[in-house]
Design a binder for this molecule. Structure first.
Ligand code: CA
Length: 351
């Protein structure tokens, strides 16, 4: 059992609740965001709101992001979360120059490591890194996994409009396969080249723009052929798979047709249809989507052993959603896989 003092609590319901896309931000990172002058409308829309709005939502998210102690643990207890898998919030390091980004990653990993060491039964860490320079990113990933005991790597979407399917980033994936740690591809706002029509309608953030951009990013990575090169590499995406399971039939049909007719000669011929990679190289969390139809659909499409629970704390801290998910009318063994054992396996918790 992973968490000794949770055994009694979990026995009544038959499973632990392990939340797997939970966020934190050191105060120093928020200070960097405050000072950053960036020609990036997505960043300015998101962080302009959270750091500038007097609303209760913005202030509580900013306060809770920085807390890795009392308030977070009290929130977990109040909502019945036994364990959080925690990552540096988006866009993390990925809006800074390479040197600043690498320094921020090290500081964030050290701060998270101290909290994990203080509460090993409650927290697991994901490694923050600066993908700008893949060699230095690999060094920080190795430090995070081997020295700090972190169990995954966080990639917060594109880096100032550059997507991470490009081959110059593949050393990062080679290292993750060798270390046997998954990459969590977390949303970022759509980049400057894409965001204007979203902004005009207030749809750039978590409401829709994040999902469109992250689904695209995951597809770009699949279509780059990275999983043919590194077939054991595992990605995790949130938000019920950023809609990709729902698109699967059409993706297979149309991408396959395009490949057979060599419509895009610059693209590699994949060894498998897109659906193969979704069910062999991708895990999905339900972060932000406490909704049985979407969760069950993901389980049916990519496999019940590949769908995990996440709350998306503190952005979507809704204690009532936990009860809703407890009451899902799915088989008890699937519920335990969803809340507990899939996370224990993919993150190698307790090992
Ligand atoms: Ca999130």
């Amino acid at each position: 059992m992973l968490i000794k003092d949770s055994i009694d609590r979990s026995n009544a319901r038959g499973y632990l609740r392990i939340a797997t896309e939970e966020a934190f931000a050191p105060a120093s990172v928020l200070e960097h965001y405050r000072k950053l002058k960036l020609d990036d409308p997505g960043f300015n829309s998101l962080w302009g709101f959270y750091l500038g709005s007097p609303s209760e939502r913005a202030q509580s998210v900013i306060r809770r992001l920085q807390d890795l102690g009392g308030e977070r643990l009290a929130d977990m207890d109040a909502s019945g979360i036994d364990h959080q898998v925690i990552a540096l919030t988006s866009p993390g390091t990925q809006v800074f120059d390479a040197a600043t980004a690498a320094a921020i990653a090290i500081d964030a990993n050290d701060e998270l490591s101290a909290a994990v060491n203080a509460h090993p039964d409650r927290y697991t860490g994901m490694v923050a890194m600066a993908p700008h320079n893949p060699d230095s990113a690999v060094r920080e990933i190795e430090r995070g996994v081997k020295q700090l005991g972190f169990k995954a790597v966080i990639l917060n979407g594109h880096t100032l409009g550059e997507y991470h399917d490009a081959q110059r980033y593949w050393p990062i994936y080679e290292a993750c396969q060798a270390l046997d740690v998954p990459v969590y591809l977390h949303p970022n706002a759509p980049p400057k080249a894409m965001i204007q029509p979203f902004l005009e309608s207030g749809l750039d953030g978590a409401v829709y723009g994040f999902g469109v951009d992250t689904g695209l990013h995951m597809l770009r990575i699949i279509c780059s052929g990275v999983f043919d090169r590194f077939p054991k590499l595992q990605f995790i995406i949130g938000h019920a798979g950023e809609a990709l399971p729902f698109w699967q039939y059409r993706l297979d049909y149309m991408y396959g047709a395009g490949q057979r007719s060599r419509r895009y000669p610059h693209m590699p011929l994949l060894e498998h249809p897109i659906s193969h990679y979704l069910s062999h190289n991708v895990y999905i969390t339900n972060s932000g989507v406490a909704w049985q139809p979407a969760i069950e659909f993901c389980q049916k499409v990519i496999g019940v052993e590949r769908v995990l629970y996440a709350m998306d704390y503190p952005y979507q801290f809704q204690a009532d959603e936990v009860r809703t998910l407890d009451e899902m009318t799915i088989p008890a063994e699937h519920k335990k896989m969803f809340f507990q054992t899939n996370a224990e396996r993919v993150f190698k918790l307790g090992r």
